[in-house]
Write a protein that binds this ligand. Structure first.
Ligand code: CA
Length: 227
C-alpha cells in the first residue's frame, strides 16, 4: 500500500485530500505544519509527501531540504505560489513535482500515481546481502564482517541492528522502529539501549568512532546508515 503524508494547514482542504486518497486505497497520514510533518515522516517513512509551502511554522522549502537529508519519499508540492521562480526554488530544494492551487483532483491523483511509481521503481533490490564501504565489508547472509582485513565479531543484537539499518540504507530509521524491530514492542522507549549498541557498532566498524562516516545519529529522531 502506498503511504502518503499530506502536509496542509487548511482543514477543509486537508479533509478533502484525506477523503479522496483514502477512498482510492492510499494509506494516508496528515500533518498541519512542518514540525509535525518531519516527525511523522521520521516515525513512519512515507512513499509520497504532498506538501503545501505556506505553513504556519516554517517554509515548505525548508521542509523539503530537511526531508531530502534522510528521506527517499517523492515530494509533490501543492501550493498557491504560481510563479516560475517559486516553482524552481522548490524543485531546486529537492521537490519532485509541483502542482498549483486551486488544482483539479483528477490531475493531482494522476501526479500522485506517477510519484508513487517513481518511488517504487527506485527502491533498492530486496536482499542486498553484501555491503562494502571503504572501511569495512558486511555480509548479512553469511554474518561476516571484515575491517582492514580482519574479521570483526558482532553479537546477534548488533547484527540485527545492522540489518535493519542496511535494509533502510540512506534513510533515517526512527528510534522506535529500531527498538521495536530489534528488542520488540515492549522496549520501544529504551533509547539508552540504542546509544550503547550504536557506540559499540561504531567502535567495531568505524575507522574513527567519534566521527562516524557510516552510522549516523539524527539526535532525538533515529539513526541512518550510509554505505
Ligand atoms: Ca497553507
Amino acid at each position: 500500500m502506498t503511504r502518503v503524508l499530506v502536509v496542509e494547514d487548511e482543514p477543509p482542504l486537508m479533509r478533502a485530500l484525506e477523503i479522496n486518497l483514502k477512498a482510492r486505497g492510499y494509506d494516508v497520514e496528515t500533518a498541519p505544519d512542518g514540525a509535525h510533518a518531519l516527525r511523522r515522516a521520521a516515525a513512519r517513512p512515507p512513499d509520497v509527501v504532498l506538501l503545501d509551502l505556506g505553513l504556519p511554522d516554517m517554509d515548505g522549502n525548508d521542509v523539503i531540504k530537511e526531508l531530502r537529508g534522510w528521506s527517499r519519499a517523492s515530494i509533490l508540492v501543492v501550493s498557491a505560489r504560481r510563479t516560475s521562480q517559486e516553482k524552481v526554488t522548490a524543485l531546486d530544494a529537492g521537490a519532485d513535482d509541483y502542482i498549483t492551487k486551486p488544482f483539479d483532483m483528477d490531475e493531482l491523483l494522476a501526479r500522485l500515481r506517477a510519484a508513487a511509481r517513481r518511488v517504487k521503481a527506485g527502491k533498492p533490490a530486496v536482499g542486498t546481502a553484501v555491503v562494502e564501504t571503504e572501511g569495512f565489508t558486511i555480509d548479512l547472509l553469511a554474518k561476516k564482517a571484515r575491517r582492514e582485513g580482519r574479521d570483526i565479531r558482532l553479537t546477534p543484537t548488533e547484527w540485527h541492528l545492522v540489518e535493519v539499518l542496511v535494509r533502510n540504507s540512506g534513510r533515517l530509521v526512527s528510534q522506535q522502529q529500531l527498538l521495536q524491530e530489534v528488542w520488540g514492542p515492549s522496549h520501544s522507549t529504551q533509547t539508552n539501549y540504542l546509544r550503547v549498541y550504536m557506540a559499540q557498532l561504531r567502535r567495531k566498524l568505524e575507522a574513527d568512532p567519534a566521527h562516524p562516516r557510516h552510522f549516523f545519529t539524527a539526535p532525538g529522531m533515529g539513526y541512518r546508515f550510509a554505505p
